[in-house]
Design a binder for this molecule. Structure first.
Ligand code: ADP
Ligand code: MG
Length: 319
């Protein structure tokens, strides 16, 4: 199967909204009036971001999910994406699984594949996603205000737990491992929550490298500090009610484990009813974990509200 047959068979579909989609030298797109466009790119490299044994359907899902998560973090509505693929060979079973996982998620969000590039080489998946936002309503990292409440969506730490199990550092009951592994391989981008928080959240980021690291980006951009209650951490793991994670590991997973693709955001205490409504309307659970302070640093509080000294690092490819 040649390069063009491959694109035709696995990636080309009738255009939804693009003026020109796959097949010409450029895709052409007319933005909605009164909207700004939001772009983001994320690359997944075999051996670095996923194991060679991963189910290709899950990999297709995750490749787009991590990109949609960035749109969610700005409050953007997904519109279209481009897919650049480097493949060792044209493996039809792999392509069928990958493209079905990819399109299943794309269709859920009405996000259209409008082009890309395909080359032979080490397995590498690079997606650029485009969304739109009513002009002036994007939620940035820089807007957190002293006194704001801090929230996270969904569950934290399960993807890291799965990674620790894959590495042989922890032994999990089979059903717990399967749950954690699904969180790692099929993350849920919080797109509806992100959009529902427009005009409500003062700052937001998605948690790809761990809560502490990604919250740190908000604090830095907003020139503020925060205190978070770490006693919430073990209960935020989806695996939690089914299995008791050793406390130190739970702390590491929930506070600094990567690959969660949840949202961390700040909002004024006066907006708390609106925050709860946004969560309810988007069908997403949220947890208040702390507040923004003027201390310019992140303080982790334990039982009785006393500071705890934990050294946790977020993920850094070059550290
Ligand atoms: P060019 O050589 O002009 O850059 P290509 O021959 O690489 O274009 O690609 C032909 C068409 O197929 C283009 O419209 C391109 O956007 C699209 N395309 C290539 N690879 C992919 C892919 N992996 N997914 C979606 N569209 C793709
Ligand atoms: Mg060309």
């Amino acid at each position: 199967m040649g390069e063009f047959d491959l694109i035709e068979r696995y990636f080309k579909r009738p255009p939804l909204s693009a003026d020109v989609g796959i097949g010409d030298d450029c895709a052409v797109w007319t933005p909605r009036s009164g909207h700004q466009l939001a772009f983001s790119a994320d690359m997944l490299v075999e051996g670095r971001h996923f194991l060679s044994t991963v189910n290709p359907h899950h990999l297709g899902h995750k490749s787009l999910a991590v990109n949609l998560s960035d749109l969610a973090a700005c409050g953007a509505t997904p519109q279209a994406f481009m897919l650049s693929l480097s493949l060792p060979r044209a493996d039809e079973a792999w392509l069928a699984g990958f493209s079905s996982g990819l399109f299943q998620l794309a269709d859920q969000h009405r996000c259209e594949l409008i082009g890309g590039d395909t080359t032979q080489g080490p397995l590498n998946i690079s997606i650029t996603v485009m969304g739109d936002i009513p002009t002036g309503q994007s939620i940035l990292r820089s807007g957190a205000q002293v006194g704001d409440d801090l929230y996270v969506s969904g569950h934290l730490g399960d993807a890291r737990l799965a990674l620790e199990a894959f590495r042989g550092n922890v032994s999990l009951p089979q059903h717990v491992f399967e749950l954690a592994r699904l969180r790692m391989e099929r993350p849920t981008p919080r797109v509806a929550l992100g959009q529902a928080l427009r005009g409500i959240a003062t700052a937001m980021a998605d948690i790809s490298d761990g809560l502490i690291g990604d919250l740190g980006h908000i604090l830095k951009a907003s020139h503020v500090g925060a205190e978070i209650d770490t006693t919430f951490a073990p209960a935020l793991m989806q695996t939690h009610p089914f299995w008791t994670c050793p406390p130190d590991l739970a702390m590491t997973c929930a506070l600094s484990g990567g690959d969660d693709y949840e949202l961390v955001f700040s909002a004024s205490p006066s907006a708390s009813a609106n925050v709860q409504r946004a969560a309810k309307e988007s069908g997403t659970s949220i947890t208040r974990i702390g507040r923004i302070t003027d201390s310019r640093r992140l303080e982790l509080l334990g039982m009785d509200g006393l500071p705890v000294a934990i050294s946790l690092n977020s993920f850094d490819h070059f550290a």
